[in-house]
Every structure is written in structure tokens, then in C-alpha cells.
Design a binder for this molecule. Sequence first.
Ligand code: BG6
Length: 486
Amino acid sequence: MSPEDRARDCLLVVFGATGDLTRRKLIPALYQMEKQRQLPDSFAVMAVARRPYSIEQYLAEISDTVKAHIQGGIDKNTWKKITGRIHYQPLQFDRPEDYEKLKEKLGHLDEKLNTRGNRLFYMAVSPQHFGPIVNQIEENKLISRSHGWQRVMIEKPFGHDAITAAELNRTLRQFFEEEEIYRIDHYLVKEMVQNLMTIRAANQIFEPTLNAEHIDHVQIISTEADGVGIRGDYYDKAGALRDMVQNHMLQMLALTAMDMPSLLTAEKLRAEKVRILKSLVPLKPEQMKHHLVLGQYQGYRSEENVFPDSSTETFAALKIYINNSRWQGVPFYLKTGKGLSEKAARIVIQYRLPLGSWSLVETTQTLKPNRLTINIQPQEGVVLSFNTKEPGTVDTLLTVNMDFCQNCLAGTNTPEAYEKLLADAMKGDLASFTHWDEVEASWQWIDGIIDWAENHPEAVKDYAQGSQGPVEADGLLNQDDGCEWL
Ligand code: BG6
């Protein structure tokens, strides 16, 4: 076994083991990792939750949902292997004696499996429990600095605003070093979001053109057809700005706009992303009208656990500028929302129209700008549209697409986000996790916008479910230049 393999040996301690995330994402991801032999021999899962189950009762409780979320059918042997690695410990989050028992169990497992003190703590619980659990972990000495590594994986939301995010970070930093904190933004492990960096770094045709001289504007879109479902309680206090824009949308913006680092290491990537996030031009209250559109889908107020007079936005569209020489004057448009016509995410980079030869040809045809589209989901791929001449004519324009569809290729097996997140955290690779500096810069930029939105409920426009969102969103784009949402 190689030293890299051995370095992954660990005990994965999941707090919130009966919750939705564990059933729908974590255990199915571990199943796939087991199937693909990606789990080390010295590895076990300690499932921790409040209910006083035995391991048999725990597995019986979660099995149906877990199985329903495993792609490609259940292989009995793999199921047996992965469930054989799972252990269960009941624990009340605030009861020290429960942590004592957990510590004992972890100690035994550690010895039996030879996991050498390596521990990966996964917080699959509501954010208000993050701090108290981490406190108890430390106080009850579940972390040992004398041997092995200690890491903590934290789900979003990381705070509710800049202040609460900083508080949470302070709590974590009392016990963990920055390099031990794995803040999850699952968009960072989406195949095409990762591919964006390769496309930029490994091709000379795109990178030199990604700047204000060549680019007219950029659109970053992530829409969903579903409504809030069973998450009304959380979502009604969050809204689209906190739920999607502060993290996933700004991360995609940063990866598109940043200068490419000389090496794609976690440290260098983070530094470039932070530079962009700190250069976002703040929106002043008087600018909101032309830079921000908020919406709420009809029927949202009747969703479970949503206030009947809620003004929480389920849709947000923004026009953002970056204050650096590379992107001076180039608008970045962001659009995200629930209850819309389709589930899709893409980044569209629209070029300026060429000056010169084409404009000399006498014609009434309208030239269409080149576009580079990175399709993130459901289709994964890259489309480059450009103009050619229609065959048999002298100068009739034809706009064509060079279309690379990644997930159309037979045999392409895109790993699920949580498989990659767990694999990276076990390896100690921080590149696809967010550093505190990024989280802080994002909150600091968006806090003012959220504040304004909360004080202007009348700004939240109704839209029909299954639509494109409020019509006002079209007004953000420069319609005189024929821009539209793509
Ligand atoms: C989550 C948000 O972070 O991302 C959800 O909390 C949203 O509200 C989800 O539905 C979207 O992720 P994906 O991968 O389905 O596009």
C-alpha cells in the first residue's frame, strides 16, 4: 500500500446520522466509493445521532432512503461490505457523558482497525449545532494532537451573515487549524466547474480573450424547477441570496474571472479567488433598481414551514462589476431561483462583435456575437458558437456550434459530488473547499444587498411557477444591445 493510500486511513464520524443529508448523499456516496474500491482497508464510519438505536435499528431506519438514492442498482456484496463498516452511537449534542462514550468507542475502533488516530468529523446537522458540537469534541478530548490527523467537514450555510460567519469561524479556529477545516461548497466539485479551470489553463484559444477587450458580458445561471419542498423552515430564513448567491454563484464567478494561478494548488487558487471577491463593486442602495431583481414564486407562501406573509426571495438576478483592469466595465449577470422552468446551470461568456472586415460588407444581416458556454448540468460540456458562411452563398451568415457534450460520451461516469468531497477530505486536498478568506469576502460583499432586500419587501416580485422568473429580470440586461438571458 502506498503512503498516499495509508494517509487516507481514518474514522469518519458523522454527526446527524439519521438526517436527510446522510441518507440521501453521504451513505450512497460511501457505497459508490466502496464499490469502486476507493475506501482504505483501515476505515470505518461512526454514525452519531440522538435516537437510542442499536446498529441494526439504525441500518433498518435508513436503508430504504439510502437504497433509493444509490444509482445503478444495489450490489449485495458491496452493500454488505459498506454496512459492515458502519457503527452507531446515540448522543445528545449537549451531554458530555455521551461524548465520553463516543470517545471510548472511537478509541476501540482506532485500535482494532489501525486508523492511527486519524479522524474526519462531518457536521451533517443544522448550523446552530456546529459550534456546540465542536466545543464538546474538544472539551471531551475527541481530538488528539499527539498522533494522526484531525479534520472537520462543515456543510453550508457557513453563518447567516458576515458577523455570524465570523463567530462560527472563531469557534472552529479555537480547536482546528484553517487547514483542518473543510468548508463544503458542492458546486466546486461539479465536473464542469472543475473542468473550467482546465479549459482555461490548458488552451491558448480562450484564456488570452477572457478580458474586457474581448468580452461583452458573462452570464452565470443556476435555475431549479422544484420549489423549497420540505426545507421551508431553513429556506424562509435564508432566501436565494444567502442560499445560492453568497456561495455557489459567487464561487463560479470567481473561478471564471480570476487570473489563472501558475499552479492549481489550493493555496494559489484561493488567493486568486479572494482577489476577485474583494474586487466586486459594492452595490449602493440607489443602484439596486438597475442591478438587482428579486422574485418569489406564486404558491411559495403556502409551502410547509413558510410564513404566510413571507417576503423571502426565491429568485435573484444581479448585475455585478469587478473593479480590476482585466474586467473593467464588463457586466457579470447572475441568475438563480426555484420554481422556474428548468433545472440547469451554465456559464455563458459572450464576446464583443468583431470590428473591421465584417462591418465593411454591405448587408442587412445581423452578426451574432461568439459565445463560449460551459454547461454544468444537467448536460455537461462546452459549446462554442461562431459565424460561418452558408454553403453556396457569397456572404450569407450562418451561426454554428462546436458542441462538446461530456456526459454524452459512452462510458463517462461522473462521480457524484459527495464522493469527491469525501475522497478529497480523506486525502487532505483542500482545493475544492472554501477558505475562510473567500467566505468572509463573499459575506462582506453581499451583506449590504441582503440588508437592503430585507428592508424592501416590495422589491420582491411575483412570478408564476414554471416561468423564467419575474419579467423585470430581463431589464437588467442591456436590451438595447440585444442582450437576453441565455
Ligand atoms: C444547495 C441549496 O446548496 O444547492 C439548495 O441549499 C439548492 O437550495 C442546491 O437546491 C442546488 O444544488 P444543485 O447541485 O442541485 O444544483
